[in-house]
Ligand binder design. Sequence first.
Ligand code: SAH
Ligand code: SF4
Length: 392
Amino acid sequence: MTAPAAPITQDVLTLPRRLPAGGPVNLVGLTREGLRAALVAAGTPEAQATMRTRQIWQWVYHWGVRDFAAMTNLAKDYRAALARHFTVALPEVVRREVSADGTRKYLLRVAGGHEVETVYIPEEGRGTLCVSSQVGCTLTCSFCHTGTQRLVRNLTAGEIVGQVMVARDDLGEWPVAGQPKVETRLLSNLVLMGMGEPLYNFEAVRDAMRIVMDGEGIALSRRRITLSTSGVVPEIARAATEIGCLLAVSFHATTDAVRDRLVPINRKWNIAALLDALRAYPRLSNSERITFEYVMLKDVNDSDDDARRLVRLIAGIPAKINLIPFNEWPGAPYRRSEWERIEAFADIVHKAGYASPIRTPRGEDIMAACGQLKSATERERRARPSAAATGI
Ligand code: SAH
Ligand code: SF4
């Protein structure tokens, strides 16, 4: 005789009542396997774990539900037990600013009281979320505001996914049961171009992107995710094989002497080493071109010779050159190239056969443009050096 199916309420009997040390575990940021393991560790029977994982995953990432009590396809007692062991928690929104052009910037507080910024850029029929991967950045590119921030730690996968969820909350973009699926997404693209070097926090970035790409949740296609790196050569191929996203590279100079100054990681992996890694990028194709980011700095890297050298260097690499007019920040040691200079540079690149869009600065009035991010608290600390020195 086969045993009757266990009643669903049995779950609760086997869930230990004691909380894990350190309090409830946040489910946001656990991969599917991680979530399953956490449920089993908390007493969910093995035989039910895959099903429960799927149900909870859909509540959290498809419907945007945070409250276990609202997960109505789970038994009431099981929901109560989940609430004793787990939370579904996002970074706290400390400040939200909206630019005249509609760009939104969120200042988020993460564990330990650290702060990061996330920027949402609305565009015609789509929108891009610029996500941070670290608090500050260990690298010190001389034109980047984030690079002047001293405080640094890697974000967890949960803190990276949490940025996407915070933005979806603010945009009101979670689906509503019984209502037709909205085809045009407000948050349709994601770029890892906020604070930090994503390839120096590879595992957390990878897990976060796998969660964001999962078809039973937020379901962003890998082709709508772009990871930008300053050139961490040994990790570049992994972005293709373990995430599958598109790649952007902060190139910014055409000689090692200048790139050493602008992007100091060049002293470790120079232009030749970087180009070798890009030529070997596993996903390289005409439909998945590499974006070369090139910040336009007046009289530093913006000459016609630079433009010609650039196209010679990248010959043979399916590429698009994204020219970024320098975004100034208080005390920055550079100036933005003149508009005519940027256009002349773009023209040379374009005539050589490469798309060469000039990136329109967005959200400058709220310091949300590329390279302007630095947590508000850090800015204030810097503005009051005497207070910082005395630890006030
Ligand atoms: N750390 C990664 C991703 C974040 S920066 C990287 O460096 O690629 C995103 C892009 O903005 C990079 O290309 C970066 O070089 C550029 N950037 C940094 N500061 C800038 C500034 N002040 N003005 C314009 N672009 C800037
Ligand atoms: Fe870090 Fe990128 Fe800024 Fe360089 S440009 S300091 S790698 S965030």
